[in-house]
Design a protein around this ligand. Sequence first.
Ligand code: HEC
Ligand code: HEC
Length: 359
Amino acid sequence: MIMRTACCGQRRVAAVLVAVWLFASTSVAEERSRPPVLPKDTLPKEIDLDAAMKKLKLLGGAPPDNPLTKEQVALGRRLFFDSILSKNRTLSCASCHQPEHGFASPEPKAVGIHGQTGRRNAPALMNRALGIRQFWDGRAATLEEQALQPIVNSQELGHSLEDVIVELRNDSIYVRLFRHAFAEADRTKQTETGGKYITSENLAKALASFQRTLLTGDSPVDLFQRGDYGSLSDDERQGLWIFESRGRCWKCHTGNNYSDEAFHNTGIGYGKEGRDLGRFEVTKRNLDKGKFKTPTLRAVGRTAPYMHDGSLRTLEEVIGFYNQGGTTDDPTLDRFIQPLGLSEKEMNQLVAFLRALSR
Ligand code: HEC
Ligand code: HEC
């Protein structure tokens, strides 16, 4: 693990703060009129960029047209936690992608500007550098392509790119940070005003670079697989075995990031009114109805609730869902989704394994 994104102490403090906040809100009307609390940047002061770069390189690296630099990461980090990207300055990217939740949201469906509830669960942002498609339906190819969409989405940050650029150019700190990040290649330009470097393209590049440093990988499961057999308990080891055999989980949650980066229909949402058709919205192919991108399972212990619609509250519910298998009258149901016949004990072992993967 390159960055410890959550630590029990912080979580306890956060829980106490939430409790105090709830206690303090005396009436519902008052609560509604108050803007939501912006999540704090709880990452380590210095992001270990050397470690991140080394790891990224092993995993395929950053794209050649947007190499990772210290200046861009610092800028992207500031932008990610800044409400300047929302129309009324009440939300940041971190409002839905909260550091203490593995950069996912504790809400089943994302809550955006003016308290609007969106239609999907905000996914975890750990290891997105490894993703070959972004969003549950894969409609963005890169992190750069993805980054501007929440800014202009009327249910998310509800802003316009033109206005964001103007606001950033009026902010002397951003003027300096953009210049540092993007005039670097040509030092003679360092004296030029940073406003010139504040473009939507560079905004997207900086947000993408910061997100490429959100990496996790050194869990007890990884240690076990490298030969440190004492790193997993008996139950966790048994859970790993079920994951790789009778559970059929590995058929889709495969590779270093526990995702085949492909789209499958697991049956979630089937039969519900106004069903989200997922990948079908992008390809318009009938066989893609109800398919969603296989999410990573890393950090999954911190990212509840689960699935594209946030409909399963706990890991126990997720395993219960898979154990049941999908409905047979769902025409695009994946062939690997079948009743598993696991005992209560085996289901708990699978959960123990998933938790070990998140440590
Ligand atoms: C209002 C809540 C909300 C805000 C604010 C928000 N997001 Fe998201 N984010 C989501 C939801 C919901 C999805 C999934 C949407 C989908 O798949 O259609 C998502 C998806 C993503 C993904 C794709 C992850 C994956 O697994 O494919 C990335 C990357 C991301 N957001 C980054 C950002 C960045 C950067 C910002 C700020 C500029 C941001 N988000 C602001 C809710 C939000
Ligand atoms: C056919 C491919 C496939 C198989 C087999 C499969 N999964 Fe999944 N998994 C997915 C997809 C796709 C999703 C997202 C589904 C959705 O949101 O509609 C998912 C979601 C999840 C999630 C929720 C993650 C999140 O961030 O919301 C967990 C946990 C999970 N799977 C664990 C498992 C386990 C454990 C097994 C084995 C018992 C398993 N999966 C088998 C494809 C699969």
